[in-house]
Design a protein around this ligand. Sequence first.
Ligand SMILES: C[S@@+](CC[C@H](N)C(=O)[O-])C[C@H]1O[C@@H](n2cnc3c(N)ncnc32)[C@H](O)[C@@H]1O
Length: 148
Amino acid sequence: MKTISLFDRPLEIRDTETKGRGVFALEHLPAHTCIEISPVLLFQKEQYENHGQYTVLNEYTYVWSAGRQGLALGLGSMFNHDRCPNVYWKKDEPNRCISYFTLRQVHPNEELCISYGDQLWFDDGSASSHNHYDQPEEENSFLQNLLL
Ligand SMILES: C[S@@+](CC[C@H](N)C(=O)[O-])C[C@H]1O[C@@H](n2cnc3c(N)ncnc32)[C@H](O)[C@@H]1O
């Protein structure tokens, strides 16, 4: 299957050339739009250390409190990494979910990507296939604050 449409949402899961599947916008999305709220499945520290980390889960989970790891259900596990992301995320630990927002205006057919940080475990496809959107200064500082 090449694409999965998401019914009433202007988003689609597509195969990419170098990154596996990814999430794409089908229309213009304004900055700071909430595009997804993913419920999170939590793994206890021991469960993850003894089992989870040796499986494919290790490419998908988010660090959670008390040494736990969280798997974002829904779209949250489908966002690829970009060193200049157009999506940021916020953990909501009490409600065990992660919300995802656009960092800037997103154009139709643009891939929606988050930043995984500096320690990548794969060859970064975003380094070469980077989109050439010039991020305005104020959006840049907003991103810097989030990542600090
Ligand atoms: C959370 S998953 C993202 C969804 C994944 N593409 C899929 O098809 O299931 C993380 C994995 O996606 C791939 N990936 C994400 N961002 C990438 C990038 N910038 N360059 C290459 N591979 C990437 C890597 O294989 C990574 O382990």
